[in-house]
Design a binder for this molecule. Structure first.
Ligand SMILES: NC(=O)c1ccc[n+]([C@@H]2O[C@H](COP(=O)([O-])OP(=O)(O)OC[C@H]3O[C@@H](n4cnc5c(N)ncnc54)[C@H](O)[C@@H]3O)[C@@H](O)[C@H]2O)c1
Ligand SMILES: O=P(O)(O)OC[C@H]1O[C@H](O[C@H]2[C@H](O)[C@@H](O)[C@@H](O)O[C@@H]2CO)[C@H](O)[C@@H](O)[C@@H]1O
Ligand SMILES: [Mn+2]
Length: 445
Protein backbone atom coordinates (compact mmCIF):
# COMPACT_ATOMS: atom_id res chain seq x y z
CA UNK A 1 0.00 0.00 0.00
CA UNK A 2 1.43 3.37 -1.02
CA UNK A 3 1.18 6.15 1.53
CA UNK A 4 -1.34 8.81 0.42
CA UNK A 5 0.02 12.26 -0.44
CA UNK A 6 -1.44 15.76 -0.46
CA UNK A 7 -0.97 18.20 -3.32
CA UNK A 8 -1.67 21.88 -3.86
CA UNK A 9 -1.89 23.15 -7.44
CA UNK A 10 -0.69 26.77 -7.40
CA UNK A 11 -2.31 28.59 -10.29
CA UNK A 12 -5.59 26.73 -9.77
CA UNK A 13 -7.18 28.90 -12.46
CA UNK A 14 -4.66 27.80 -15.10
CA UNK A 15 -5.84 26.32 -18.37
CA UNK A 16 -3.70 23.26 -17.50
CA UNK A 17 -5.17 22.57 -14.03
CA UNK A 18 -8.14 20.44 -15.09
CA UNK A 19 -5.85 18.21 -17.19
CA UNK A 20 -3.58 17.65 -14.20
CA UNK A 21 -6.62 16.77 -12.05
CA UNK A 22 -7.70 14.16 -14.62
CA UNK A 23 -4.18 12.69 -14.61
CA UNK A 24 -4.06 12.60 -10.80
CA UNK A 25 -7.40 10.80 -10.69
CA UNK A 26 -6.33 8.30 -13.36
CA UNK A 27 -3.18 7.57 -11.34
CA UNK A 28 -4.69 6.80 -7.94
CA UNK A 29 -3.09 3.35 -8.03
CA UNK A 30 0.42 4.85 -8.53
CA UNK A 31 0.06 8.19 -6.75
CA UNK A 32 -2.82 8.02 -4.23
CA UNK A 33 -4.08 11.33 -2.86
CA UNK A 34 -5.38 12.28 0.55
CA UNK A 35 -6.09 15.94 -0.22
CA UNK A 36 -6.05 17.98 -3.42
CA UNK A 37 -6.05 21.75 -3.05
CA UNK A 38 -6.18 24.63 -5.51
CA UNK A 39 -4.50 27.96 -4.80
CA UNK A 40 -4.67 31.09 -6.95
CA UNK A 41 -4.61 34.82 -6.28
CA UNK A 42 -7.59 35.35 -8.60
CA UNK A 43 -10.69 33.99 -6.86
CA UNK A 44 -13.06 34.35 -9.81
CA UNK A 45 -10.76 32.71 -12.35
CA UNK A 46 -9.92 29.80 -10.05
CA UNK A 47 -13.62 29.28 -9.23
CA UNK A 48 -14.40 28.47 -12.88
CA UNK A 49 -11.93 25.57 -12.85
CA UNK A 50 -12.52 24.57 -9.21
CA UNK A 51 -16.30 24.24 -9.54
CA UNK A 52 -15.80 21.74 -12.37
CA UNK A 53 -12.92 19.88 -10.73
CA UNK A 54 -14.85 19.50 -7.48
CA UNK A 55 -17.50 17.60 -9.46
CA UNK A 56 -14.86 15.54 -11.31
CA UNK A 57 -13.24 14.53 -8.01
CA UNK A 58 -16.60 13.78 -6.35
CA UNK A 59 -17.68 11.56 -9.25
CA UNK A 60 -14.40 9.74 -9.92
CA UNK A 61 -12.41 9.71 -6.68
CA UNK A 62 -14.68 10.74 -3.79
CA UNK A 63 -12.11 9.55 -1.23
CA UNK A 64 -9.94 12.60 -2.10
CA UNK A 65 -10.64 15.71 -0.04
CA UNK A 66 -10.92 18.71 -2.39
CA UNK A 67 -10.25 22.29 -1.27
CA UNK A 68 -10.08 25.47 -3.34
CA UNK A 69 -8.76 28.61 -1.68
CA UNK A 70 -7.02 31.95 -2.11
CA UNK A 71 -5.68 31.81 1.45
CA UNK A 72 -1.95 30.86 1.39
CA UNK A 73 -2.01 29.29 4.87
CA UNK A 74 -4.94 27.00 4.04
CA UNK A 75 -3.44 26.16 0.65
CA UNK A 76 0.14 25.43 1.63
CA UNK A 77 -0.39 23.72 5.01
CA UNK A 78 -0.03 19.92 5.26
CA UNK A 79 0.98 19.29 1.67
CA UNK A 80 3.69 17.04 0.24
CA UNK A 81 3.81 18.65 -3.21
CA UNK A 82 3.22 22.07 -4.70
CA UNK A 83 2.56 21.79 -8.42
CA UNK A 84 3.07 25.36 -9.62
CA UNK A 85 2.05 26.88 -12.93
CA UNK A 86 1.26 30.54 -12.40
CA UNK A 87 1.28 33.20 -15.11
CA UNK A 88 1.97 36.58 -13.51
CA UNK A 89 0.13 39.20 -15.55
CA UNK A 90 -2.02 36.58 -17.26
CA UNK A 91 -2.48 36.02 -20.97
CA UNK A 92 -3.08 39.75 -21.66
CA UNK A 93 0.49 40.49 -20.49
CA UNK A 94 1.74 37.54 -22.57
CA UNK A 95 0.23 39.33 -25.55
CA UNK A 96 2.29 42.44 -24.69
CA UNK A 97 5.46 40.31 -24.40
CA UNK A 98 4.81 39.05 -27.92
CA UNK A 99 3.57 42.23 -29.59
CA UNK A 100 6.11 44.76 -28.30
CA UNK A 101 9.22 43.05 -29.75
CA UNK A 102 7.33 42.32 -32.99
CA UNK A 103 6.57 46.03 -33.34
CA UNK A 104 10.36 46.45 -33.57
CA UNK A 105 10.77 43.56 -36.02
CA UNK A 106 12.03 41.14 -33.34
CA UNK A 107 10.75 37.68 -32.29
CA UNK A 108 7.72 38.02 -30.00
CA UNK A 109 7.61 34.89 -27.84
CA UNK A 110 6.43 33.82 -24.39
CA UNK A 111 9.78 32.47 -23.16
CA UNK A 112 12.40 33.44 -25.77
CA UNK A 113 14.00 36.81 -26.51
CA UNK A 114 12.74 40.12 -25.08
CA UNK A 115 9.24 38.74 -24.41
CA UNK A 116 10.65 35.93 -22.28
CA UNK A 117 12.87 38.41 -20.48
CA UNK A 118 9.88 40.65 -19.70
CA UNK A 119 7.90 37.65 -18.48
CA UNK A 120 10.86 36.55 -16.34
CA UNK A 121 10.92 39.92 -14.58
CA UNK A 122 7.22 39.39 -13.68
CA UNK A 123 7.50 35.71 -12.74
CA UNK A 124 10.43 35.92 -10.33
CA UNK A 125 8.57 37.54 -7.39
CA UNK A 126 5.45 35.42 -7.99
CA UNK A 127 7.33 32.12 -7.85
CA UNK A 128 9.52 33.21 -4.93
CA UNK A 129 6.34 34.07 -3.01
CA UNK A 130 5.07 30.51 -3.59
CA UNK A 131 8.38 29.07 -2.32
CA UNK A 132 8.08 31.25 0.80
CA UNK A 133 4.55 29.98 1.45
CA UNK A 134 5.65 26.39 0.99
CA UNK A 135 8.63 26.77 3.31
CA UNK A 136 6.50 28.47 5.95
CA UNK A 137 3.56 26.08 5.96
CA UNK A 138 4.97 22.74 4.66
CA UNK A 139 8.76 22.90 4.97
CA UNK A 140 9.26 19.28 3.87
CA UNK A 141 7.26 19.62 0.66
CA UNK A 142 8.63 19.66 -2.91
CA UNK A 143 7.68 22.34 -5.39
CA UNK A 144 7.49 21.13 -8.98
CA UNK A 145 7.46 24.29 -11.03
CA UNK A 146 6.20 24.69 -14.58
CA UNK A 147 5.79 28.50 -14.30
CA UNK A 148 7.67 30.08 -17.18
CA UNK A 149 10.11 31.27 -18.30
CA UNK A 150 11.53 28.23 -16.53
CA UNK A 151 15.20 29.06 -17.23
CA UNK A 152 15.01 32.53 -15.71
CA UNK A 153 12.85 31.32 -12.83
CA UNK A 154 15.38 28.52 -12.20
CA UNK A 155 18.29 30.97 -12.11
CA UNK A 156 16.32 33.19 -9.70
CA UNK A 157 15.54 30.29 -7.37
CA UNK A 158 19.19 29.15 -7.55
CA UNK A 159 20.28 32.55 -6.26
CA UNK A 160 17.42 33.48 -3.92
CA UNK A 161 16.43 30.05 -2.58
CA UNK A 162 19.57 27.89 -2.90
CA UNK A 163 18.43 25.32 -0.34
CA UNK A 164 14.79 25.10 -1.28
CA UNK A 165 13.16 21.92 -2.53
CA UNK A 166 12.11 23.28 -5.90
CA UNK A 167 12.46 21.50 -9.24
CA UNK A 168 11.88 23.51 -12.39
CA UNK A 169 10.53 21.51 -15.29
CA UNK A 170 9.42 21.69 -18.92
CA UNK A 171 7.18 19.42 -20.95
CA UNK A 172 8.57 20.29 -24.39
CA UNK A 173 11.14 17.45 -24.60
CA UNK A 174 8.45 15.04 -23.40
CA UNK A 175 6.07 16.31 -26.10
CA UNK A 176 8.77 16.01 -28.78
CA UNK A 177 9.59 12.46 -27.68
CA UNK A 178 5.89 11.59 -27.84
CA UNK A 179 5.83 12.95 -31.40
CA UNK A 180 8.91 10.91 -32.26
CA UNK A 181 7.40 7.76 -30.74
CA UNK A 182 4.34 8.23 -32.98
CA UNK A 183 6.60 8.69 -36.01
CA UNK A 184 8.66 5.55 -35.47
CA UNK A 185 5.80 3.41 -34.19
CA UNK A 186 6.72 3.17 -30.52
CA UNK A 187 3.76 3.06 -28.16
CA UNK A 188 5.11 5.49 -25.58
CA UNK A 189 7.60 8.37 -25.64
CA UNK A 190 8.70 7.20 -22.19
CA UNK A 191 10.17 4.13 -23.90
CA UNK A 192 12.83 6.34 -25.49
CA UNK A 193 15.93 6.49 -23.27
CA UNK A 194 17.73 9.71 -24.12
CA UNK A 195 20.85 11.75 -23.60
CA UNK A 196 20.15 15.49 -23.89
CA UNK A 197 21.91 18.67 -22.83
CA UNK A 198 21.20 22.39 -22.88
CA UNK A 199 19.15 25.04 -21.16
CA UNK A 200 15.38 25.18 -20.94
CA UNK A 201 13.87 25.60 -24.42
CA UNK A 202 17.45 25.50 -25.70
CA UNK A 203 18.82 21.97 -25.97
CA UNK A 204 19.92 19.04 -28.12
CA UNK A 205 19.60 15.25 -28.02
CA UNK A 206 22.73 13.21 -28.66
CA UNK A 207 21.19 9.79 -28.16
CA UNK A 208 17.83 8.04 -28.27
CA UNK A 209 17.70 4.31 -27.55
CA UNK A 210 14.81 1.90 -27.19
CA UNK A 211 14.41 -0.17 -24.03
CA UNK A 212 16.55 -2.95 -25.48
CA UNK A 213 19.37 -0.49 -26.14
CA UNK A 214 18.92 -0.28 -29.91
CA UNK A 215 19.96 3.03 -31.47
CA UNK A 216 16.89 4.88 -32.75
CA UNK A 217 18.79 7.93 -34.00
CA UNK A 218 19.42 6.86 -37.63
CA UNK A 219 15.73 6.17 -38.26
CA UNK A 220 14.63 9.37 -36.50
CA UNK A 221 17.23 11.50 -38.28
CA UNK A 222 16.12 10.20 -41.65
CA UNK A 223 12.59 11.36 -40.84
CA UNK A 224 13.63 14.71 -39.32
CA UNK A 225 15.79 15.54 -42.35
CA UNK A 226 12.62 15.34 -44.48
CA UNK A 227 9.75 16.30 -42.18
CA UNK A 228 11.18 17.77 -39.00
CA UNK A 229 9.11 16.43 -36.08
CA UNK A 230 5.98 16.67 -38.22
CA UNK A 231 4.21 13.62 -39.58
CA UNK A 232 5.24 12.21 -42.96
CA UNK A 233 2.76 13.61 -45.49
CA UNK A 234 -0.74 14.60 -44.49
CA UNK A 235 -1.52 12.02 -41.79
CA UNK A 236 -1.54 13.42 -38.24
CA UNK A 237 -2.99 12.01 -35.06
CA UNK A 238 -1.05 14.18 -32.61
CA UNK A 239 -3.64 16.53 -31.00
CA UNK A 240 -0.97 19.21 -30.35
CA UNK A 241 -0.37 19.49 -34.09
CA UNK A 242 -4.01 20.26 -34.83
CA UNK A 243 -3.05 23.89 -34.23
CA UNK A 244 -1.27 25.33 -37.27
CA UNK A 245 1.28 27.22 -35.18
CA UNK A 246 2.44 24.02 -33.42
CA UNK A 247 2.53 22.15 -36.72
CA UNK A 248 4.77 24.91 -38.17
CA UNK A 249 7.06 24.61 -35.15
CA UNK A 250 7.36 20.83 -35.45
CA UNK A 251 8.03 21.08 -39.22
CA UNK A 252 10.68 23.79 -38.67
CA UNK A 253 12.77 21.22 -36.76
CA UNK A 254 13.93 20.11 -40.22
CA UNK A 255 15.82 23.41 -40.72
CA UNK A 256 17.18 23.45 -37.16
CA UNK A 257 18.41 19.88 -37.60
CA UNK A 258 20.21 20.82 -40.82
CA UNK A 259 22.43 23.20 -38.82
CA UNK A 260 23.80 20.28 -36.79
CA UNK A 261 22.89 16.82 -38.12
CA UNK A 262 24.90 15.19 -35.31
CA UNK A 263 22.13 16.00 -32.81
CA UNK A 264 18.34 16.37 -32.65
CA UNK A 265 17.14 19.82 -31.57
CA UNK A 266 14.56 21.27 -29.20
CA UNK A 267 11.94 23.06 -31.31
CA UNK A 268 12.46 26.37 -29.45
CA UNK A 269 15.87 26.78 -31.10
CA UNK A 270 14.02 28.13 -34.14
CA UNK A 271 13.66 31.49 -32.39
CA UNK A 272 17.45 31.76 -31.96
CA UNK A 273 18.57 30.34 -35.29
CA UNK A 274 15.95 31.93 -37.58
CA UNK A 275 14.83 35.02 -35.64
CA UNK A 276 14.31 37.39 -38.59
CA UNK A 277 12.37 34.79 -40.56
CA UNK A 278 10.14 33.97 -37.56
CA UNK A 279 9.48 37.66 -36.83
CA UNK A 280 8.69 38.35 -40.49
CA UNK A 281 6.11 35.55 -40.53
CA UNK A 282 4.38 36.64 -37.30
CA UNK A 283 1.21 38.73 -37.24
CA UNK A 284 1.87 41.53 -34.73
CA UNK A 285 -1.87 42.10 -34.30
CA UNK A 286 -2.75 38.49 -33.49
CA UNK A 287 -0.07 36.51 -31.69
CA UNK A 288 0.02 33.15 -29.89
CA UNK A 289 -1.51 34.70 -26.74
CA UNK A 290 -4.56 35.73 -28.78
CA UNK A 291 -4.72 32.23 -30.26
CA UNK A 292 -4.55 30.66 -26.77
CA UNK A 293 -7.29 32.98 -25.45
CA UNK A 294 -9.44 32.18 -28.50
CA UNK A 295 -8.85 28.42 -28.30
CA UNK A 296 -7.43 26.70 -25.19
CA UNK A 297 -8.65 29.20 -22.59
CA UNK A 298 -12.07 29.59 -24.19
CA UNK A 299 -12.57 25.84 -24.65
CA UNK A 300 -11.31 24.76 -21.23
CA UNK A 301 -13.36 27.39 -19.43
CA UNK A 302 -16.48 26.64 -21.51
CA UNK A 303 -16.17 22.96 -20.62
CA UNK A 304 -15.64 23.79 -16.92
CA UNK A 305 -18.75 25.99 -16.93
CA UNK A 306 -20.75 23.27 -18.69
CA UNK A 307 -19.75 20.72 -16.04
CA UNK A 308 -20.70 23.12 -13.24
CA UNK A 309 -24.07 23.94 -14.83
CA UNK A 310 -24.97 20.31 -15.56
CA UNK A 311 -23.63 19.14 -12.20
CA UNK A 312 -21.83 16.21 -13.82
CA UNK A 313 -18.57 15.57 -15.69
CA UNK A 314 -19.69 12.21 -16.99
CA UNK A 315 -18.99 12.99 -20.66
CA UNK A 316 -16.27 15.57 -20.20
CA UNK A 317 -13.85 16.34 -23.01
CA UNK A 318 -11.13 17.39 -20.56
CA UNK A 319 -8.12 15.14 -21.09
CA UNK A 320 -4.79 14.62 -19.40
CA UNK A 321 -1.92 14.97 -21.87
CA UNK A 322 1.84 14.57 -21.55
CA UNK A 323 2.05 17.91 -19.69
CA UNK A 324 0.03 16.43 -16.82
CA UNK A 325 1.65 13.01 -17.16
CA UNK A 326 5.15 14.41 -16.66
CA UNK A 327 4.47 16.35 -13.46
CA UNK A 328 2.50 13.49 -11.89
CA UNK A 329 5.23 11.01 -12.86
CA UNK A 330 7.84 13.29 -11.28
CA UNK A 331 5.87 13.56 -8.04
CA UNK A 332 5.48 9.78 -7.98
CA UNK A 333 9.22 9.25 -8.47
CA UNK A 334 10.03 11.58 -5.56
CA UNK A 335 7.34 10.10 -3.32
CA UNK A 336 7.90 6.42 -3.99
CA UNK A 337 11.59 6.20 -4.88
CA UNK A 338 11.23 4.93 -8.44
CA UNK A 339 14.62 6.14 -9.73
CA UNK A 340 13.00 7.12 -13.04
CA UNK A 341 15.12 9.05 -15.53
CA UNK A 342 13.73 12.49 -16.36
CA UNK A 343 14.92 15.75 -17.92
CA UNK A 344 15.01 18.44 -15.23
CA UNK A 345 16.39 21.98 -15.01
CA UNK A 346 19.17 21.83 -12.42
CA UNK A 347 22.41 23.54 -11.43
CA UNK A 348 25.09 22.28 -13.81
CA UNK A 349 27.88 21.40 -11.39
CA UNK A 350 29.73 19.41 -14.04
CA UNK A 351 26.80 17.67 -15.72
CA UNK A 352 27.86 19.44 -18.94
CA UNK A 353 31.60 19.34 -18.39
CA UNK A 354 32.65 22.41 -20.41
CA UNK A 355 29.83 24.75 -19.35
CA UNK A 356 30.06 26.83 -16.13
CA UNK A 357 29.05 25.05 -12.95
CA UNK A 358 26.57 27.75 -11.97
CA UNK A 359 24.48 27.56 -15.16
CA UNK A 360 20.95 26.16 -14.79
CA UNK A 361 20.94 23.38 -17.38
CA UNK A 362 18.42 20.83 -18.62
CA UNK A 363 19.82 17.30 -18.43
CA UNK A 364 18.60 13.78 -17.61
CA UNK A 365 18.40 13.08 -13.87
CA UNK A 366 17.59 10.04 -11.77
CA UNK A 367 14.65 10.85 -9.50
CA UNK A 368 14.05 9.15 -6.18
CA UNK A 369 13.22 9.93 -2.54
CA UNK A 370 16.68 11.49 -2.33
CA UNK A 371 15.60 14.08 -4.90
CA UNK A 372 17.33 14.28 -8.27
CA UNK A 373 20.79 13.20 -9.37
CA UNK A 374 21.94 14.72 -12.68
CA UNK A 375 23.73 12.43 -15.13
CA UNK A 376 27.03 13.50 -16.70
CA UNK A 377 26.65 14.52 -20.36
CA UNK A 378 30.38 15.17 -20.88
CA UNK A 379 31.94 17.86 -23.10
CA UNK A 380 29.81 19.46 -25.78
CA UNK A 381 30.88 20.88 -29.19
CA UNK A 382 31.84 24.53 -29.85
CA UNK A 383 28.59 25.36 -31.62
CA UNK A 384 26.31 24.38 -28.73
CA UNK A 385 28.79 25.60 -26.10
CA UNK A 386 28.90 29.04 -27.74
CA UNK A 387 25.15 29.32 -27.98
CA UNK A 388 24.59 28.07 -24.43
CA UNK A 389 27.13 30.44 -22.89
CA UNK A 390 25.58 33.43 -24.64
CA UNK A 391 22.09 32.45 -23.47
CA UNK A 392 23.25 31.68 -19.90
CA UNK A 393 24.67 35.20 -19.75
CA UNK A 394 21.32 36.61 -20.91
CA UNK A 395 19.46 34.72 -18.20
CA UNK A 396 21.93 35.67 -15.47
CA UNK A 397 21.75 39.34 -16.53
CA UNK A 398 17.95 39.29 -16.23
CA UNK A 399 18.07 37.96 -12.69
CA UNK A 400 20.83 40.43 -11.79
CA UNK A 401 18.73 43.25 -13.31
CA UNK A 402 15.74 42.16 -11.20
CA UNK A 403 17.79 42.00 -7.98
CA UNK A 404 19.67 45.27 -8.59
CA UNK A 405 16.67 47.02 -10.20
CA UNK A 406 19.07 47.80 -13.02
CA UNK A 407 17.94 49.22 -16.37
CA UNK A 408 21.51 48.84 -17.65
CA UNK A 409 21.70 45.11 -16.94
CA UNK A 410 18.32 44.52 -18.52
CA UNK A 411 19.44 46.46 -21.58
CA UNK A 412 22.53 44.25 -21.73
CA UNK A 413 20.39 41.11 -21.41
CA UNK A 414 18.14 42.13 -24.31
CA UNK A 415 21.11 43.30 -26.41
CA UNK A 416 22.89 39.98 -25.85
CA UNK A 417 19.89 37.85 -26.82
CA UNK A 418 20.57 36.12 -30.13
CA UNK A 419 17.05 37.14 -31.19
CA UNK A 420 17.88 40.90 -31.11
CA UNK A 421 19.91 42.47 -33.94
CA UNK A 422 21.45 45.47 -32.17
CA UNK A 423 21.61 47.65 -29.05
CA UNK A 424 19.50 50.46 -30.52
CA UNK A 425 16.60 48.09 -31.13
CA UNK A 426 17.18 46.50 -27.72
CA UNK A 427 16.81 49.90 -26.03
CA UNK A 428 13.64 50.76 -27.95
CA UNK A 429 12.06 47.42 -27.01
CA UNK A 430 13.13 47.78 -23.38
CA UNK A 431 11.62 51.27 -23.09
CA UNK A 432 8.28 49.95 -24.36
CA UNK A 433 8.48 46.93 -22.04
CA UNK A 434 9.21 49.13 -19.01
CA UNK A 435 6.05 51.13 -19.73
CA UNK A 436 3.90 48.02 -20.31
CA UNK A 437 5.18 46.31 -17.14
CA UNK A 438 4.99 49.24 -14.74
CA UNK A 439 2.45 47.44 -12.53
CA UNK A 440 4.70 44.35 -12.26
CA UNK A 441 8.42 45.13 -12.49
CA UNK A 442 10.45 46.86 -9.81
CA UNK A 443 11.20 50.48 -10.75
CA UNK A 444 14.52 50.33 -12.61
CA UNK A 445 17.25 52.86 -11.93
N1 LIG B 1 7.37 24.65 -18.23
C1 LIG B 1 6.59 24.23 -19.22
O1 LIG B 1 7.01 23.46 -20.07
C2 LIG B 1 5.19 24.73 -19.31
C3 LIG B 1 4.24 24.07 -20.09
C4 LIG B 1 2.96 24.63 -20.18
C5 LIG B 1 2.66 25.78 -19.45
N2 LIG B 1 3.63 26.38 -18.71
C6 LIG B 1 3.40 27.57 -17.91
O2 LIG B 1 2.30 27.34 -17.01
C7 LIG B 1 1.77 28.59 -16.63
C8 LIG B 1 0.27 28.60 -16.77
O3 LIG B 1 -0.09 28.70 -18.13
P1 LIG B 1 -1.59 29.01 -18.57
O4 LIG B 1 -1.58 29.25 -20.02
O5 LIG B 1 -2.48 27.98 -18.03
O6 LIG B 1 -1.83 30.39 -17.81
P2 LIG B 1 -3.16 30.96 -17.15
O7 LIG B 1 -3.03 32.44 -17.17
O8 LIG B 1 -4.34 30.31 -17.77
O9 LIG B 1 -3.11 30.45 -15.63
C9 LIG B 1 -2.24 30.91 -14.68
C10 LIG B 1 -2.94 31.10 -13.35
O10 LIG B 1 -1.97 31.63 -12.43
C11 LIG B 1 -2.65 32.57 -11.60
N3 LIG B 1 -1.66 33.45 -11.00
C12 LIG B 1 -0.98 34.45 -11.59
N4 LIG B 1 -0.13 35.02 -10.72
C13 LIG B 1 -0.29 34.35 -9.54
C14 LIG B 1 0.32 34.46 -8.27
N5 LIG B 1 1.26 35.36 -8.02
N6 LIG B 1 -0.08 33.61 -7.29
C15 LIG B 1 -1.03 32.69 -7.53
N7 LIG B 1 -1.64 32.54 -8.71
C16 LIG B 1 -1.26 33.35 -9.72
C17 LIG B 1 -3.64 33.25 -12.52
O11 LIG B 1 -4.66 33.89 -11.79
C18 LIG B 1 -4.12 32.10 -13.39
O12 LIG B 1 -5.28 31.51 -12.86
C19 LIG B 1 2.49 29.63 -17.49
O13 LIG B 1 3.58 30.15 -16.77
C20 LIG B 1 2.99 28.81 -18.66
O14 LIG B 1 4.06 29.41 -19.31
C21 LIG B 1 4.88 25.86 -18.63
O1 LIG C 1 1.56 28.56 -26.78
P1 LIG C 1 1.05 27.60 -25.78
O2 LIG C 1 0.55 28.26 -24.51
O3 LIG C 1 0.11 26.57 -26.32
O4 LIG C 1 2.30 26.74 -25.39
C1 LIG C 1 3.41 27.25 -24.75
C2 LIG C 1 4.06 26.12 -24.01
O5 LIG C 1 4.58 25.23 -24.98
C3 LIG C 1 5.23 24.08 -24.49
O6 LIG C 1 4.30 23.27 -23.84
C4 LIG C 1 3.40 22.48 -24.65
C5 LIG C 1 3.69 21.08 -24.45
O7 LIG C 1 4.95 20.85 -24.98
C6 LIG C 1 2.67 20.16 -25.06
O8 LIG C 1 2.92 18.88 -24.60
C7 LIG C 1 1.29 20.47 -24.70
O9 LIG C 1 1.05 20.13 -23.34
O10 LIG C 1 1.07 21.79 -24.95
C8 LIG C 1 1.98 22.67 -24.29
C9 LIG C 1 1.57 24.01 -24.75
O11 LIG C 1 0.24 24.19 -24.88
C10 LIG C 1 6.37 24.54 -23.60
O12 LIG C 1 7.06 23.48 -23.05
C11 LIG C 1 5.89 25.47 -22.52
O13 LIG C 1 6.97 25.92 -21.75
C12 LIG C 1 5.15 26.63 -23.10
O14 LIG C 1 4.55 27.40 -22.08
MN1 LIG D 1 8.54 24.45 -21.55
Amino acid sequence: MLEKKSVVIAGGGSTYTAGIVMMLIENQDKFPLKTLKFYDNDYDRQKIVADACEIIVRERAPEIEFISTTDPEEAFSDVDFVMAHIRVGGLPMRAMDEKIPLKHGVVGQETCGPGGIAYGMRSIPGVIELVDYMEKYSPDAWMLNYSNPASIVAEATRILKPNSKIINICDMPVAIKKGIADIIGLEDGNDIIDRYYGLNHFGWWTEMLDKEGNDLMPQIKEHVAKWGYGPAGEANDNPLLEEASWMDTFLKAKDIYAVDPETLPNTYLKYYLFPDEIAAHSNPDFTRADEVMANREKNVFAECRRIATEGTAENTTIEAGEHAEFIVQLAGALAYNTYERMLLIVENNGAIANVPNDAMVEVPCLVSKRGYEPLAMGNIPYFQKGMIEQQVAVEKLVVAAYLDKSYQKLLQAITLSKTVPNATIARAILDDLVEANKDYWPTLN
